[in-house]
Design a protein around this ligand. Structure first.
Ligand SMILES: NC(=O)c1ccc[n+]([C@@H]2O[C@H](COP(=O)([O-])OP(=O)(O)OC[C@H]3O[C@@H](n4cnc5c(N)ncnc54)[C@H](OP(=O)(O)O)[C@@H]3O)[C@@H](O)[C@H]2O)c1
Length: 219
């Protein structure tokens, strides 16, 4: 059975992508730091493996991915885990900038480096990077988050070129706001309930999963 690794699979979009890919017949490897939320998602899937891991830790990523690759036929990686801190640029804290870059940029690169070379020759293999419309254009009070997402876009476009001779599909997904726990500690967005649901976004992503670039603007 083909396995797909999804980071940040315990909540929000990652959870909905896991449920969708599970329904479509894939085995899921659910990555995140909270075992509790990953276990809740696993309960809704017939067949899933939990990997409690912090994607910011390269040693942890390398060791865990090596053991997963021995156990499962991994064909896909969805780099979905991400965090955001918002506010005027002069108020953003050093630790917030660092955490965003460590998670959104370095975590995505560590995961990709551990997985991609091992799957890139398989037909049907893929790496999908969940970015944001923040990876397409600048936004007020989102400077550091936008900078981190532009970095992921640059990384994605570069590996698309580097691996273009290989059968692996490397894709970038840019979506607008979603109603997820992403906003729970933030006042940046007044009413996230107006956003698309992560389930709707997961459906759209799955329906366009053969494309190198998917843009899902806010409603
Ligand atoms: N919500 C939006 O409006 C929106 C819009 C555009 C793009 N996005 C992007 O969509 C992606 C998913 O976000 P979401 O909205 O679904 O938010 P979310 O519910 O907060 O999901 C983020 C997930 O990432 C995991 N995570 C965070 N840091 C991690 C780490 N160091 N190691 C492993 N897992 C980690 C979290 O789980 P743990 O805390 O348990 O690790 C969480 O499950 C993110 O990349 C985000 O930037 C969101």
């Amino acid at each position: 059975m083909d396995s797909v690794i999804i980071t940040g699979a315990g909540t929000g979009l990652g959870r909905e992508l896991a449920l969708k890919y599970g329904k479509e017949g894939y085995h899921l490897i659910l990555v995140g730091r909270s075992e509790e939320s990953l276990s809740e998602v696993r309960k809704q899937l017939n067949n899933a493996h939990i990997m409690v891991m912090d994607i910011r830790n390269k040693q942890e990523v390398d060791a865990n991915i090596q053991s997963l690759l021995k156990e499962y036929k991994v064909v896909g990686l969805i780099n979905n885990a991400g965090i955001g801190f918002f506010g005027p640029f002069d108020k953003i804290r050093e630790n917030e900038i660092e955490e965003m870059f460590q998670t959104n940029v370095l975590g995505t690169m560590y995961m990709t480096q551990a997985v991609l070379p091992n799957i890139c020759k398989l037909d049907g293999s893929f790496v999908m990077n969940i970015i944001s419309t923040a990876g397409l254009r600048g936004k007020v009070n989102e400077s550091a988050y936008v900078a981190s997402k532009f970095a992921v876009r640059g990384f994605t476009e570069s590996i698309q070129k580097e691996y273009e001779e290989k059968p692996v599909l490397i894709s970038a997904v840019y979506m607008g706001g979603m109603n997820t726990p992403f906003w729970k500690d933030s006042e940046h967005v007044k009413d996230p309930s107006k956003f698309r649901s992560p389930a709707e976004v997961a459906e759209i992503i799955f329906s366009q999963k053969e494309k190198e670039c998917v843009v899902i603007e806010s409603k």
